[in-house]
Design a protein around this ligand. Structure first.
Ligand SMILES: [Fe+2]
Length: 524
């Protein structure tokens, strides 16, 4: 857990360590209402984020800040008490960027844990935990990544974020739908909404800023950011449901800007109008490379309506999910670095999910199933690149899935070429329900798929040089706060061995035995 220190001792520690007490001429109230965050670690540092917003839901989206720029002091320490300062500096929060701060910290030691905080006027921020990536060329013993996506504020409490924070992962990979753009009147059909978006559908920059600020006031989300560095990428609801480039540039630009302003992204991601650079690569020594993709911004438009359908048009080989530049960038990266585990973090379902039990193919056109030629190009590309272990990490679908990836999904004997783990939602869809894997038509009709859970939660991935283990974590409810977490299924991959291996013997939390989870585990 994060160290709990009173505000008074924070201040004392800050002054003792030489953090200057600089009160800007224009006064404002407690500005650290949105928490703090760290992102995109490399061997020498990371980016630190905060945004000053004494009135987070101010109608103009500017958080109740004065117009003048405000100096924001930051420091990085080796201890959670904030005493052993190893880096410090001052950034400037300006109104143009909604008084957000993105500090790139450099010159730190690789593979270390650090702590950070900010100071603006007389106010000290909460403390956050940061990590630097291991040294290039090293083979670290382990990497623990929590994967999450799809946190609809109206649909439920963010308990899964809190449980994720308690596990103190090395990294959090957020695969999008970090906010939802919909208005207060957008209802969840089952049971109704448990919280309120406090506004109409986000369209303008002020709308998107207010929506991000509302989400960031959630204490469970703040805890998840303070616990570990994040690697975040957007999906569709940061802009609008199932968007493609047909959405007006002005709206995309507003959504991109607000996303940058609220995320621990490096300034290289700072958007220029309707464009934001989000695809990027992180390295964890030679143990793992994380290729983070953007499957929204550069894709060709849907060939058929984005939901499940049988698209009568033949797969057009010229259509792309990633755009040709990003596709080339990914294949180059898979060839060049030779990490033991190549993790591809992206938004939409990669393997086939055919709903039709017969010969027709009823698939989701918004997913890679709607871009089959691009999927085959990429799959063959990583085989040709000699990738040692390919693992695709996916968001978007509001359900946990584990599946083998193959070249020919119509051939039941097609051998695995990699694996996909799709993470369920933090809260989107509400409590969810248990399904019977024995009678689930998607599992029955798609033999490469091995696990399907429709509860809320996150994915915890533990990587060592020899093994990757994926724990599917679920919370039994999100309609009220405070749910426990249980591991509802575990799959392993062994180095250079293709194909998912179910791991028996994961035990639910003894305080809250969940028989349905145990049942699913037996059958998985
Ligand atoms: Fe979603």
């Amino acid at each position: 857990m994060l160290a709990v220190i009173s505000r008074r001792s924070f201040l004392a520690a800050g002054l003792a360590s030489g953090l200057p007490s600089l009160v800007p001429s224009a006064a404002f109230g407690e500005p650290f209402t949105l928490g703090v965050a760290c992102g995109d670690p490399d061997p020498g540092g990371f980016v630190l984020w905060t945004r000053l917003a004494p009135m987070p839901l101010a109608v103009d989206g500017l958080g109740g800040m004065p117009e003048a720029p405000v100096p924001v002091h930051w420091q990085v320490t080796t201890d959670p008490a904030g005493k052993d300062v190893v880096r410090r500096g001052v950034g400037e929060a300006v109104r143009d960027w909604a008084h957000s701060v993105h500090v790139e910290v450099t010159g730190l030691l690789p593979g270390r844990e650090y702590w950070y905080r900010f100071k603006a006027g007389p106010y000290l921020s909460p403390i956050g935990r940061a990590l630097t990536a291991p040294a290039p060329g090293s083979v670290p013993r382990s990497l623990r990544i929590a994967v999450c996506s799809c946190a609809n504020y109206q649909h439920g409490y963010f308990t899964a974020y809190a449980r994720m924070a308690q596990e103190r992962p090395d990294l959090v990979l957020n695969l999008g739908d970090y906010i939802y753009e919909q208005g207060s009147d957008h209802l969840l059909t089952l049971g109704g909404n448990v919280r309120d978006h406090e506004g109409a559908e986000a369209v303008t920059l002020a709308d998107y800023r207010r929506r991000h600020a509302l989400y960031k006031t959630d204490p469970d989300l703040q805890a998840a950011h303070a616990a570990a560095p994040w690697v975040a990428v957007m999906d569709d609801h940061e802009v609008v449901n199932n968007w493609t480039n047909l959405i007006p540039a002005e709206r995309r630009g507003a959504a991109f800007r607000a996303y940058y302003e609220h995320m621990p992204l490096r300034p290289s991601a700072r958007p220029g109008g309707p464009a934001i650079q989000l695809y990027r690569r992180l390295h964890w020594g030679n143990l793992a490379a994380l290729h983070v993709l953007d499957t929204r911004q550069y894709r060709d438009a849907h060939q058929c309506a984005p939901g499940y359908s049988s698209c009568p048009l033949p797969a057009d080989p010229s259509r792309s999910m990633l755009g040709l530049d990003q596709e080339q960038w990914l294949l180059d990266g898979l060839r060049r670095f030779g990490a033991r585990w190549e993790l591809i973090g992206q938004q939409v379902f990669f393997g086939q999910r055919d709903r039709d039990p017969g010969l027709d193919r009823v698939v989701r056109q918004d997913a890679w199933d709607g871009y089959t030629a691009a999927r085959l190009r990429l799959s063959e590309g990583w085989i040709e690149a000699g990738v040692r272990n390919a693992v695709v990490l996916t968001g978007d679908v509001h359900a946990h899935w584990a599946g083998n990836l193959v070249l020919d999904y119509d051939d039941p004997d097609s051998r695995p070429i990699g694996a996909e783990f799709a993470v369920t939602s933090i809260s989107s869809g509400g409590d969810g329900h248990d399904i019977d894997p024995a009678t689930d038509p998607l599992l029955a009709g798609n033999p490469h798929l091995r696990l399907h859970l429709r509860r809320r939660g996150y994915l915890m991935i533990q990587i060592t040089p020899s093994t990757l283990t994926a724990d599917f974590k679920i919370v039994p409810y999100v309609s009220t706060p405070g749910a426990p977490v249980v591991t509802a299924g575990t799959f392993a991959l062994h180095d250079r061995i293709r194909g998912l291996i179910p791991v028996a013997g994961t035990t639910p939390s003894p305080r809250h035995p969940d028989s349905s989870a145990a049942e699913l585990r037996r059958q998985s």
